[in-house]
Design a protein around this ligand. Structure first.
Ligand code: 13P
Length: 253
């Protein structure tokens, strides 16, 4: 059985005190409502990783980073390496987010190097893929996602790729309030799983969790998560409100 996962991506939000308060609120909500079988990961800004992972560890959930350097170590001022993140006890890291691709020029080659460094340092990548609106309108979305999956992941062996969590995040749905329909999400998730089956066989593809991201909220999560190939969500805005986030965690039927 593959894992059900709900991960929050706080992006560049919250000052320290608000971040600490939100971590405690999430812990309280989880204690109240439970999380069933769902794995809960909160991806906080680097500077809060220590604070947030301490709180998460005491309350039965996990913390991830939002990025890591494409380089191993050395003279890269301002960069944070995979081994640094691992040495802080952090288990997960978002990689290939569309905001990194578009604002920081990350391409599949760079992201692929980051995936390798994450795995080498025992960090589980949450690998994001997804098309922009013009690509969907031109009916190129399957080609785009195929290329993103192939170029960043398909050099991995079966064992390594089995560690990866994939997040399908159509860029037109991120932070826009426009969600992919349940059918659009299922269609793309099934397509991604078929690519994984073709390359690695169904024993591997059936074990990889594929999350949906893009305006997923407390109201629409249940419908999205009801799809057979949607194994959870990567949540932006709604992960900043503890009650909504934990409602999403409990949206599996
Ligand atoms: P929103 O949930 O705010 O649309 O963001 C999605 C996202 O980018 C998660 O990584």
């Amino acid at each position: 059985m593959r894992k059900r996962i709900v991960a929050g991506n706080w992006k560049m939000n919250k000052d320290f005190q608000d971040a600490e308060d939100l971590m405690f609120e999430i812990a309280d909500e989880l204690a109240d409502k439970g999380s069933g079988e769902t794995e809960v990961i909160v991806c906080t800004p680097y500077v809060y990783l220590e604070m947030s992972s301490d709180i998460a560890a005491e309350n039965g959930f996990m913390v991830g980073a939002q990025n890591l350097s494409q380089w191993e170590s050395g003279a890269y001022t301002g960069e944070i390496s995979a081994s640094m993140i691992h040495s802080m006890g952090i288990s997960h890291c978002i990689l290939g987010h569309s905001e990194r691709r578009s604002y920081f020029g990350e391409n599949d080659k760079i992201i692929s190097a980051k995936v390798d460094l994450a795995l080498k340092n025992n960090i589980i990548p949450i690998y994001c893929c997804g098309e922009v609106l013009a690509e969907r309108q031109a009916e190129k979305h399957f080609d785009i996602v195929r290329t993103q999956i192939t170029e960043a992941l398909f050099h991995l062996g079966k064992e390594a790729v089995s560690e990866v969590i994939i997040a399908y995040e159509p860029v037109w749905a991120i932070g826009t309030g426009v969600t992919a329909t349940s059918a659009q999400a299922q269609e793309m998730h099934a397509f991604i799983r078929s690519l994984l089956t073709e390359k690695y066989g169904s024993d591997v593809s059936e074990e990889i969790s594929i999350l949906y991201g893009g305006s997923c909220n407390a109201k629409n999560a249940a419908e999205l998560f009801a799809n057979p190939d949607v194994d959870g969500g990567l949540i932006g805005g709604a992960s900043l409100i503890a009650a909504d986030f934990v409602t999403i965690v409990n949206s599996f039927r």
